[in-house]
Design a protein around this ligand. Structure first.
Ligand code: MLT
Length: 411
């Protein structure tokens, strides 16, 4: 008889965003006239930059011509895209990252989960609480945790609480952990990390031979020039960190799909016989076996992000969403709510009013304002009593949503 991966049975009911969609759909069916505004999942709404579209149209034309047609591309991504990323995103910031250390993929969510393929089963794994749920759920699926408790915490994971008291940046643990997930600018809290904070993590990781998984999917939203965009801006990070990046949020590729993962060749971890093994070799082997690369057309679209026109258009997109974030911050503050984030990140993290639970506030906003957000408790036990509002939507929808909230909540 065929057997399942029992670890899936440990997972809580549904992945957060499908669960929200289920509740919203039920509400919409019962209230067909409600003009629902979705500020829940961080999904972009504005059109792709023109430079990306034109590059993809050109690539489609090439695919229609025998001379320029492309079949399978390199599993690691085309050299011309990897070179541009290395130059613009890393070397221009003083990061010693070579194009050969960059792997193009179809998403950093996928890579954050897939990376576990190359790590063993008995690592101690640390996540912040609240946290992007993919880090936790993929470890559950991989069998790296025990059972979940009533608070939603899995046995075997080390939870590092983040809150207003520590500026939503985790304290360095006083125990040894092998794998650490960090996300800056942070999803869900919108918090950022200083170079000093990241240096403390790099020092910790090097002292303990740990590996940091650094999720920088939102780096393009940083406007404060003192804040690091990449962990490789921190001395020593080449010896302890893997970085995940994406074109989803900066260039609007959530539906187009293109991302990248950086695995420095200087990064090693232990085999069970005690020998040091290069992680680059394992990830390269994994990708070559399980992945056939991102389509040529999409990679040409991603490459156009680095053209002069592409850079200007991406900047305009980011400014647009960050203006939304500013409006959300200002309006929610005017409504008497306590807000965090939303300055160098497209997420605003809100304290729920009157001691409401995260899901109660979700229901209240949905039913009284027809506005959808994301309950903080969906990101972990320490997110209870908080709520995330995404700045990814049209200006009109953001303004309407905020007007409805002000109307209901302003004393
Ligand atoms: C979110 O809303 O947290 C994001 O959309 C998640 C993602 O990018 O996968």
């Amino acid at each position: 008889m065929a057997k399942i991966n029992d670890n899936y049975l440990k997972l809580k009911a549904g992945y957060l965003f499908p669960e929200i969609a289920r509740r919203v759909n039920a509400f919409a069916q019962a209230n067909p006239d409600a003009a629902i505004i979705r500020l829940g999942i961080g999904d972009v709404t504005e059109p792709l930059p023109e430079a990306c579209r034109l590059a993809m149209v050109q690539a489609v034309a090439e695919m229609g011509n025998r001379e320029t047609f492309k079949g399978y591309g390199p599993e690691q991504g085309y050299e011309w895209l990897r070179e541009k990323i290395a130059q613009h995103d890393f070397q221009a910031r003083g990061c010693d990252i070579d194009a050969s250390e960059i792997f193009i993929s179809d998403g950093s969510k996928c890579d954050c989960g897939n990376i576990l393929d190359i790590f063993g089963k008995d690592n101690t794994i640390a996540v912040t609480d609240p946290v992007y749920p993919v880090y936790v759920d993929t470890n559950v699926m991989a069998g790296n945790t025990g059972e979940v408790n009533e608070k939603g915490e899995y046995a075997g994971l080390v939870y590092l609480p983040i809150s207003a008291e520590n500026n939503f940046t985790a304290e360095i643990p006083n125990q040894r952990v092998d794998l650490i997930y960090l996300c800056f600018p942070n999803n869900p809290t919108g918090a950022t990390a200083t170079k000093e904070h990241l240096q403390a993590w790099v020092d910790y990781a090097r002292a303990h031979n740990s590996i940091i998984f650094f999720d920088a999917a939102y780096e393009a939203f940083i406007s404060d020039s003192n804040l690091p965009h990449s962990i490789y801006e921190i001395p020593g990070a080449r010896e302890c960190a893997i970085e995940f990046r994406s074109f989803s949020k900066n260039a609007g590729f959530t539906g187009t799909r293109c991302a990248l993962t950086v695995v420095p060749k200087t990064l090693t971890a232990k085999a069970s016989d005690g020998s040091d093994v290069e992680l680059w070799k394992l990830w390269n082997r994994r990708q070559s076996t399980k992945f056939n690369g991102v389509s040529y057309i999409v990679q040409r679209g991603a490459e156009a992000v680095y053209s002069d026109a592409g850079q200007a258009q991406v900047k305009a997109l980011i400014n647009f969403y960050m203006e939304n974030a500013k409006i959300i911050r200002e309006q929610l503050t005017a409504a008497g709510l306590q807000v965090y984030g939303g300055v160098n990140a497209p997420y605003v993290w809100v304290k729920t009013p009157n001691g409401l639970s995260s899901w109660d506030f979700f229901d209240k906003l949905l039913h009284t304002c027809n506005v959808v957000g994301t309950p903080g408790s969906g990101f972990g036990a320490a997110g209870e009593g908080y709520f995330r509002i995404s700045a990814f939507n049209s200006r009109q929808n953001v303004e309407t949503a905020m007007a409805r909230i002000i109307d209901k909540f302003k004393a």
